[in-house]
Design a protein around this ligand. Structure first.
Ligand code: FAD
Length: 346
């Protein structure tokens, strides 16, 4: 395939590269970073692989109770507000794009973007911010377990984030299993148990959620509304008439079978950082378990002039407010580094 090479001038001419900062990922962390960079007099430009801004927030239809000043808004409504803000600020966004190469230049980086099969665009910039977020690993982990795939693709097993768009009411008087032991598994169990006739909480080791939601679920366990199994693994999923049968194996290898109408998988996340492995000059970036990018306190990565913000670099607390704060911290660091000519390698 022959690719046509264009020089991209979506926000400014290539000669402006001395203050251009490319942000990979248009979720809340990337948007926050872009806004702060603009206020600091730099030229942010967001590269988003999808057709809209907002990242994970776009998939969550529940009220977000954790963001100061937005009482009663769903995460989707928050995503819309944040996206409107970026558009109103005239911050350039390049949608449906993926980065196919990154080269070093005397004063920063030359980034090659592919927007469709035929066009290859090139952008010069002085710094790069990775803000590509994280994803649920439910289907990635269970895809090799017997029977999982057919039930998953039939929509009977739900994994974050898309199953959050389901109406709880559809679970009224049903029997449901939630797999996982962290905060999200507990929040889902609590929500589901408000309508389901019986809810199973299936935990591979021991509960790991915060105390408040754990106590709320414990209250339901004590009243028989939730049935908890700890130290169990699901070794098979099968369909028995209109029910899903789960075969559980405990540490002493005793097998238990339960039948439910619906399954929700809440077993954790991994960082969206794999794409870096295919790109020379950044593929050796330091990461930790789950692909989370290591940064210093000011959001610098192990690679000069490359920064990371939001869920992709935060194993500890993945949330809207930490992503917004990360974006601000990185923007300030970039402005400082550029001032000190630390970013410029000429
Ligand atoms: C079900 C669920 C409920 C949640 N509830 C809450 C809540 O109530 N309160 C709260 O504070 N937080 C909540 N969170 C967490 C919160 O949504 C995230 O912490 C936050 O959205 C992270 O923002 P981000 O910008 O770091 O990443 P993301 O939102 O994941 O955005 C990353 C963006 O990068 C893009 N991208 C990925 N790879 C590439 C690439 N190679 N090239 C270009 N673009 C790329 C993606 O398309 C996406 O737009 C919830 C999360 C989930 C899944």
């Amino acid at each position: 395939m022959t690719l046509k090479l264009n020089s991209l001038n979506s926000s400014s001419d290539i000669s402006d590269c001395n203050s251009r900062v490319l942000i990979i990922g248009g979720g809340v962390a990337g948007m926050s970073c872009a806004l702060w960079l603009k206020q600091l007099g730099l030229l942010p430009e967001i590269i988003e692989k999808n057709a809209s801004l907002g990242g994970q927030l776009q998939d969550i239809d529940r009220i977000n109770r954790w963001v100061l000043g937005f009482k009663g808004l769903t995460s989707q409504e928050l995503a819309q507000q944040y996206s409107n803000h970026i558009i109103a600020e005239d911050i350039p966004v390049i949608y449906n794009s993926k980065i196919v190469a990154i080269e070093n230049t005397a004063s920063g980086y030359q980034v090659y973007l592919q927007q469709n099969a035929e066009n290859l665009d090139v952008l010069l910039c002085q710094a790069i911010v990775i803000a590509t977020g994280a994803r649920s690993i439910g289907s990635e982990v269970f895809c090799k377990t017997v029977g999982f795939n057919s039930l998953f693709f039939a929509g009977l097993i739900g994994c974050f984030p898309t199953d959050h768009l389901e109406q709880l009411e559809s679970l009224r008087d049903k029997t449901v299993a939630v797999i996982g032991g962290g905060d999200n598994a507990h929040y889902t169990t609590h929500d589901v148990a408000s309508v389901a006739v019986k809810t199973y909480l299936l935990i591979r080791s021991q509960p790991k959620s915060n105390k408040k939601i754990r106590n709320e679920v414990k209250f339901l366990i004590d009243r028989g509304r939730v049935i908890e199994y700890t130290s169990v693994q699901i070794i098979e999923f099968s369909q028995i008439e209109d029910k899903i049968e789960l075969t559980l194996s405990s540490s002493n290898e005793v097998l238990t079978k339960i039948q439910v109408d619906r399954v929700f998988v809440r077993i954790g996340y991994a960082a969206n950082s794999e794409f870096l492995l295919t790109l020379d000059n950044v593929k050796n970036i330091k990461t930790q378990t789950g692909g989370y990018i290591e940064t210093d306190a000011e959001r610098r990565t192990s690679i000069a002039s490359v920064y990371a913000v939001g869920d992709v670099a935060n194993l500890e607390l993945q949330s809207v407010v930490t992503a917004i704060a990360d974006g601000a911290i990185a923007a300030r660091t970039i402005a400082k580094d550029i001032d000190k000519h630390e970013v410029c390698r000429c």
